[in-house]
Design a binder for this molecule. Structure first.
Ligand SMILES: Cc1cc2nc3c(=O)[nH]c(=O)nc-3n(C[C@H](O)[C@H](O)[C@H](O)COP(=O)(O)O)c2cc1C
Length: 209
């Protein structure tokens, strides 16, 4: 049984990999798991593995692995949120098996990834990720990148979550039993580590903006 909160606390993006193959059995286990993930919108996400050499995939910040995974979903409505929920569940499951990933939205030759995914006109592939065993030492490129975007840091609780309106920071004590799930939100990955989420506790309701 995967302990997701422990994975959320321990996970980090991995861009430098050991030269070690993810074997077929593990790939099948991951794909089978991907098919079982249910998001709150009940929108299916199709996962596929792709080899960089076979499809001409490239990502300048990734080294040590040729294996990528991506997901595609029918575009429109709540597809972006549904995809985010499903892909992050996959990422956390991979982490629980000792495998690293990093969401890639921009740092890649996207058309090649979309072609490899055989994206239909009504589909989208918001992100892909390399997949493999994290190297013990990060590449210089990855170290510099993490420093530049302060990837090891997150905004404090009271700068993301508010009490009543946006002028009053929410404390963990006042968040009650939502303190823990909000802390998990705080730790989530985001593009350029921008953390583009804010929550206001308004009476019994928490409004996501
Ligand atoms: C939607 C999304 C898109 C991202 N796109 C990229 C990307 O194109 N290239 C990259 O190197 N990292 C990308 N990242 C990874 C973020 O930079 C990373 O999650 C953030 O800096 C926090 O670091 P951490 O994941 O190690 O906690 C993306 C993350 C998300 C959630």
């Amino acid at each position: 049984m995967t302990n997701y909160s422990e994975c959320i606390k321990a996970r980090r993006s991995v861009r430098t990999y050991e030269k070690r193959i993810v074997d077929e059995a593990l790939r099948e286990q991951l794909l089978a798991f991907g098919q079982t993930i249910k998001n709150p919108y009940n929108l299916p996400v199709e996962f596929r593995f792709m080899e960089a050499g076979e499809h001409g995939l490239s990502c300048p910040v990734v080294s040590g692995t040729d294996l990528y995974v991506a997901g595609k979903i029918k575009a429109g409505g709540d597809a972006c949120v549904a995809f985010g929920y499903t892909f992050e569940t996959f990422v956390l499951y991979a982490w629980s098996l000792g495998l690293g990933t990093v969401w890639l939205g921009g740092t890649m030759n996207r058309p090649a990834y979309e072609a490899a995914m055989e994206l239909g006109d009504d589909e989208m592939m918001p992100c892909a990720s390399p997949l493999g065993y994290p190297a013990k030492k990060m590449s210089v490129k990855e170290t510099v990148m993490r420093k530049a975007i302060k990837a090891d840091e997150r905004l404090p609780f009271g700068e993301l979550f508010f009490d009543g309106d946006f002028t009053v920071p929410l404390t963990a004590e006042n968040a009650g039993n939502l303190a823990f799930p909000l802390e998990m939100v705080r730790l989530a990955p985001s593009a350029l580590n921008k953390q583009p989420w804010r929550v206001v506790k308004a009476g019994l309701w928490y409004i996501f903006t």
